[in-house]
Design a protein around this ligand. Structure first.
Ligand code: ADP
Ligand code: MG
Length: 591
């Protein structure tokens, strides 16, 4: 799991390993040279050579150490960047429906905090593991060369410490993994709660919801404390073990020196090794800990990467020619659904069942029906957010399966039901789908959605930041609508796009949409019948099926459900014959 992240940097890692091993070799040589110094003193020889040797080792050690540190730090940052790049790309290429099942906050946590855990694990700790092992074996070997009896004493201590670590490590790792999981959950709930902060306040649920979120934070802390406690115990025993070993070495060594079985210089060299023994033991156990949390993070990152991609989103991306509504064949079907059945999850109730639908190249098609009827689902199919389980969609005669999602979407503009704005200024929001649009066009669409005055009143004009608070819901809807109109698409999809707009503005927008429908295809989902009365075709949906199709008058004559929907809005036929604007502000229930 972890190796897949490290693999691209294996050359640098290999260099890092060589540097680390060189450092270890120098470290191992140090006590031996110290012994040489002591022996030379005992023999009254010249100290020039041994001292310069010590200084040389010191200098080399510093250079290798510095190089290794910087190299590994760089690799670590690269690994994190790679993981983040892959995650962010993945998020935008993933199939929409499976991805939207995960809370956005959690997806964010994976890209921000899990990748940090990867940092140390994917660079230093792999090397430390090898280097620590080599250093440990090397130290023990040098000790064996110096004095086998004292080695036996040391070996027992090392064995105890190792066994202890091997037993405690897995539980430390589990605790850390759980802490990280809780953090992800907290991110998910917190994100959702902050989005709905007004509702939270009005429901006076701040305490309750805050408590729920903090529950996850507390859980993370609990698991964190558990892991810290275990780590502390493990380290204390390790330190204690080595310290006891040093005392034992001192005692046994002193006895052996008194008995004349070993020299003082050998005992000193041995003790120096015993003191340095701590560093490989530490290095080993620390790298095991970071490796474990790194593997857990790698797993969580790869888990998100298991979200399926959109179909052939990596395939060729040749743009389709424009399918403009003018010229010959303007009345032909541009977009067709044939016997389409779709579900949001395998085994779930079908959201659409055997739907046949045809959208002409030109004109206004309105989709109406009770909520939950499958209207938005039809748009999701048009835009390939959802793939049909059965049946076929075609665009200008070409089956969807032969096109990439990008090719298909290139012909659409879409105003979604919840009209989110994109982080940035008004201008950036408008130019989002069509970055090359001229200033003149921008002004024109602003006029069409009746936002010119509002924008002119702003000090920064088009460059004012468009955050959710400074614009009302209806104004944001109009920005989204202007964005869609600006790219002058072959097919304009509006999903309840004027639901938050006042009646006068809506009438103006409806006129704009009608103008667009004279040249191109427009499909609207509307809950106010006044906006659909003049549609060329009205598609009435119910329970995932197309119940009836026709003009307003035909449906009124033919369909009781349609009559019911119309009656609920109290639109008399005479009013409908007029402009369809006057009944706009009529509250439900008025005569
Ligand atoms: P509407 O006509 O109100 O736009 P939708 O097309 O949104 O209806 O929904 C049709 C059906 O599909 C509903 O029963 C709804 O519960 C279901 N549905 C919609 N979106 C999802 C989703 N993302 N995941 C699972 N089921 C969904
Ligand atoms: Mg809907």
């Amino acid at each position: 799991m972890l190796w897949s992240f490290v693999h691209p940097h294996r050359r640098k890692l290999a260099l890092g390993l060589v540097l680390a091993l060189l450092g270890s070799a120098l470290q191992l040589a140090n006590p031996m040279v110290t012994k040489l110094v002591l022996d030379t003193v005992a023999d009254a020889g010249s100290l020039v050579v041994p001292i310069s040797l010590l200084l040389g080792l010191f200098g080399l050690g510093i250079v290798f150490g510095l190089w290794h540190w910087i190299l590994m730090g760089t690799v670590a940052e690269k690994v994190v960047l790679d993981a983040r790049t892959s995650l962010v790309r993945r998020y935008f290429r993933a199939a929409l429906i499976p991805m939207s099942r995960r809370p956005t906050g959690e997806l964010v946590t994976r890209a921000t905090s899990d990748t940090v855990l990867l940092r140390e694990a994917a660079s230093n700790s792999i090397i430390s593991l090898i280097n620590g092992g080599v250093l440990l074996v090397g130290t023990l070997a040098m000790m064996g060369v110096l004095d086998p009896v004292l080695l036996a004493v040391t070996f027992t201590a090392v064995l105890v410490v190792t066994v202890l670590f091997l037993t405690l490590m897995p539980s430390i790792a589990t605790a850390q993994e759980r802490a990280q999981n809780s953090l992800g959950l907290m991110g998910g709930v917190l994100d959702g709660a902050l989005r709905a902060v007004r509702t939270v306040k009005v429901s006076r649920a701040e305490e309750r919801l805050g408590g729920q979120i903090l529950e996850h934070a507390e859980q993370a802390a609990r698991h964190g404390v558990l892991s810290v406690r275990r780590e502390a115990v493990a380290w204390t025993i390790a330190y204690g073990g080595i310290q006891l070993a040093i005392i034992a070495i001192l005692g046994v060594g002193a006895l052996r020196v008194t008995a004349g079985e070993m020299e003082v210089s050998t005992l000193i060299a041995f003790l120096l090794y015993a003191f340095t023994l701590m560093s490989p033991v530490m290095e080993l156990s620390q790298s095991v800990t970071t490796l474990q949390s790194g593997v857990a993070a790698a797993k969580r990152i790869r888990e998100v990467e298991a979200i399926p991609l959109e179909p052939s989103s990596e395939g060729p991306d040749v743009p389709l020619p424009s399918l403009g509504g003018t010229g010959p064949g303007a009345g032909e079907a541009l977009l067709e659904l044939r016997g389409v059945t779709a579900r949001y999850a395998p085994g779930a109730e079908p959201a659409l069942e055997r739907v046949d639908l045809s959208i002409p190249r030109r004109g206004h098609t309105a989709v109406v029906g009770p909520s939950g009827a499958g209207k938005t689902t039809v748009f999701s199919l048009f835009l390939r957010f959802l793939e049909p389980e059965d049946g076929e969609l075609t665009l200008a005669g070409a089956p969807y399966s032969s096109l990439t999602p990008r090719q298909v979407r290139g012909h659409f503009a879409y105003v979604e039901q919840d009209t989110p704005v994109i982080p940035g200024t008004i201008r950036e929001n408008l130019l989002f789908s069509n970055p090359d649009a001229s200033e003149e066009d921008v002004r024109r669409v602003l006029g069409e959605v009746r936002l010119s005055d509002k924008v002119d009143a702003l000090e920064e004009g088009l460059d004012a930041p468009l955050d959710a608070t400074s614009f009302s819901g209806g104004q944001r809807q109009r920005i989204a609508l202007a964005r869609a109109l600006l790219c002058s698409p072959d097919i304009l999809l509006l999903d309840e796009a004027t639901s938050q707009v006042d009646a006068i503005t809506e009438a103006a927008i409806t006129a704009g949409v009608r103008r667009h429908a004279e040249r191109k295809a427009v499909v609207t989902i509307a809950h106010r019948l006044s906006t659909v009365i003049h549609a060329d075709t009205i598609v009435l949906m119910e329970d995932g099926r197309v119940r009836a199709q026709g003009t307003h008058r035909e449906l009124l004559d033919r369909d009781p459900l349609y009559r019911e929907l119309v009656a609920a809005l109290h639109i008399s036929e005479t009013e409908a014959d007029e402009d369809g604007v006057r009944d706009e502000g009529l509250p439900v229930g008025s005569p």
